[in-house]
Design a protein around this ligand. Structure first.
Ligand SMILES: [Zn+2]
Length: 270
């Protein structure tokens, strides 16, 4: 909570520096411009850098020599997620799905299938709000809690892992995740699968970057579909296996007491 307070103080000081413009002189303008620029750059770094630890403790790597983790954000998608699950089953690969709560409520059977087939299901907020770092405290808490609840309705347990939309931070995210018992999991390989139209380019980009311990960011729901990712993935899996890599989950399927979370029947969405 202390860091949240320091962040808000930085915000106030940066904006309060505008008072120094009165009475106006060129030297005062330069001073205010310097304070404002430094304050803004620091705040943007803290809010936007996906692996910055200062506001929210997070993990962007997995343990174990030769281990890598595939993570899929923004699903479930009624068409592409089942295709991806079929592919992962065929290849014998387990992955981590950061699901959007309101989509999980629309397609709970897909979320449940992912869990039952040995994947990790994690919270990617309720609505995937594009201005996540500017949410009010009440809305932030609701985004986390409703995301958790929709997974509980789909699978019968509360998830243990969380990732925010686009990796954005919020000054209150750290304390709220602690309260909710959620670990923040970031990534170390950004594949830019959302911007790539060629599966060979995507596969090559991933294969050129991956080293032991990486957490790889991909998406199983995109407005234009995920065919490019689905085409690239078999090659990525096969080549990484040939290099000796093992695919692991980005987090644990156990609760805090070490007990594996067991799925219960789906509950209807409210
Ligand atoms: Zn996302």
């Amino acid at each position: 909570m202390a860091r949240s307070a320091i962040f808000f103080l930085l915000f106030l000081v940066t904006n309060a520096s505008l008072i120094l413009l009165y009475p106006f002189t060129i030297s005062r303008l330069l001073l205010v411009a310097s304070i404002y620029a430094v304050g803004t750059v620091v705040m943007l770094y803290l809010l936007f850098h996906p692996r910055n630890q200062w506001l929210v403790a997070n993990r962007s790597r997995v343990d174990g020599t030769g281990c890598v983790a595939l993570t899929f954000d923004d699903g479930p998608d009624p068409v592409d997620t089942p295709k991806l699950l079929d592919l992962l089953r065929e290849k014998g690969v387990k992955a981590t799905f950061f699901v959007v709560g309101k989509r999980a409520d629309q397609y709970p059977e897909i979320v449940r299938r992912a869990w039952v087939e040995g994947h990790l299901v994690a919270n990617h907020t309720w609505s995937h709000h594009p201005l996540f770092c500017f949410l009010t405290p009440g809305r932030l808490r609701a985004e986390i809690e409703r995301g958790t609840e929709s997974i509980r309705r789909s699978c019968g347990f509360r998830p243990c892992a969380f990732r925010s939309p686009v990796g954005l931070r919020h000054p209150l995210l750290g304390p709220y995740l602690k309260e909710a018992g959620l670990e923040y999991i970031s990534w170390s390989v950004r594949t830019r699968d959302t911007l790539t139209a060629n599966s060979s380019v995507l596969a090559r980009r991933i294969l050129n970057k991956v080293v032991s311990g990486d957490i790889i960011l991909l998406h199983d729901h995109l407005p234009a579909g995920t065919n490019v990712m689905l085409e690239a993935l078999p090659r990525v899996i096969d080549e990484l296996r040939e290099r000796g890599f093992e695919f692991v989950l980005a987090g644990s399927r156990e609760d805090g007491s070490g007990k594996t979370l067991e799925p219960a029947p789906c509950e209807p969405a409210r």
